[in-house]
Design a protein around this ligand. Structure first.
Ligand code: OAD
Length: 348
């Protein structure tokens, strides 16, 4: 996060052998099937939930791209700050001065999560299947949407790098608040800038903490300028580099530190699979094309890549077991695969 001055990137000794397989998605499947790859770590971002219907942050149509500071209850100075840097809307300094911008922006997300509006995708269930097969070291998710937890992955396998919407607390005194009580207050007190909820009030009023009286209540997510959860640092020291034979990075722009440094913590010969619409992380040393000796890249949609990998690994039945728990688009992709035995974009 901004303000974090640690140095996670260390030079690692060569501990593992080079990938003996082609630097392709098929090569990754062969590596896993060979038994040489026993420990897989994932770093995921908002792109893995796009298939569930949740926009990401930085793509066109994403949260920062569509931010309209003029709709938020804020001073002119606060609006100007958000216009010049949209991440200011989730900055600790702004929240401390004005709780309403965050709550107005996040109102439908907070209430949607409470209603389980969004379901886990093929990508989330692929990660759960890795665990089922005994291959998952850890999932490091930057997402706060809770979809990773829907797959019933044990909590110790998930590191919520940027916190969670599943707990409510006061940024000021640290006191907890029940999720249900908080959500009811969000419904009653916070206006709907998206104009979708006719029951929302016309103007917002703050939600004070019952313990300290300050307007500090919010989901326990990490704001810019705040420290990451201790568990993030504890887990990386346990996992990296020795417990990672493969790191899979999916649906993240790799722009926010220190999460974006995870791919640099593996041994320098450990393969890294990047699944993202654009090639990201070049400044972090991720190599594309012929200059790569261990980085594998697919620019296809996450759900297609993980459906394809599942087909190569013989894991389709594992995914199918959970089809009714999946996002509608994932269900459709899986059904189409069952009919045609082809994943779009991976036709031979
Ligand atoms: P971003 O919005 O920055 O990046 C999402 C990436 O996923 C983009 O590069 C997209 O092109 C890609 N993408 C979108 N849909 C995809 C799909 N279906 N398949 C493959 N790729 C896809 O989101 P994050 O990297 O998660 O932090 O953002 C990191 C952090 O920045 C967030 O955790 C959040 C934000 O500010 C906080 O709020 C603290």
């Amino acid at each position: 996060m901004n303000g974090y001055k640690g140095n996670l990137i260390r030079i690692m000794e060569n501990q593992q052998s080079l990938l003996d397989f082609p630097l392709t998605v098929d090569g990754v499947a062969s590596y896993i099937l060979s038994g040489k790859c026993q420990k897989i770590a994932f770093l995921t971002g908002a792109g893995v939930s796009v298939g569930a219907g949740i926009p990401d942050f930085r793509s066109p149509g994403g949260m920062y791209d569509t931010l309209k500071p003029e709709l938020l209850t804020a001073t002119k100075e606060q609006r100007d700050m958000m216009k010049s840097d949209p991440t200011y809307v989730v900055n600790k300094r702004l929240f401390q001065a004005n709780q309403l911008c965050y709550l107005e922006l996040r109102r439908p997300f907070i209430l949607g999560i409470a209603e389980t509006k969004w379901k886990a995708t093929i990508t989330h269930w692929f990660i759960a299947t890795c665990h089922k097969k005994g291959l998952l070291t850890r999932l490091y998710t930057q997402n706060i949407d809770g979809l990773d937890f829907q797959t019933k992955l044990p909590e110790d396998k998930i590191v919520s790098v940027h916190g969670t919407m599943g707990l409510i607390g006061c940024e000021d005194c640290g006191a907890n608040c029940s999720v249900e009580e908080f959500n009811n207050k969000v419904k009653r007190n916070i206006k709907d800038i998206y104009k979708l909820d006719p029951t929302a009030p016309a103007e917002s009023t703050p939600i004070p903490c019952e313990t300290c009286g300050k307007n500090g209540l919010k989901p326990r997510t990490v704001l810019y300028g705040s420290r990451l959860p201790d568990r993030f640092f504890q887990s990386i020291s346990t996992d990296f580099p020795q417990n990672v034979d493969l790191i899979i990075v999916a649906g993240t722009s790799l722009t926010v530190s220190p999460a974006n440094e995870l791919p640099c913590l593996v041994s320098e010969k450990t393969p890294r699979l990047l699944v993202n619409r654009e090639p990201v992380g070049k400044e972090l040393g991720i190599k594309y094309g012929t200059s790569s000796t261990r980085d594998i890249y697919s620019n296809k949609e996450c759900d297609l890549v993980f459906l394809y990998l599942a087909s190569k690994l013989g894991w389709i039945e594992d995914l199918k077991e959970n089809i009714h728990e999946m996002a509608p688009l994932s269900q459709q992709l899986l059904r189409e695969f069952e009919e045609k035995k082809i994943v779009p974009g991976f036709e031979q």
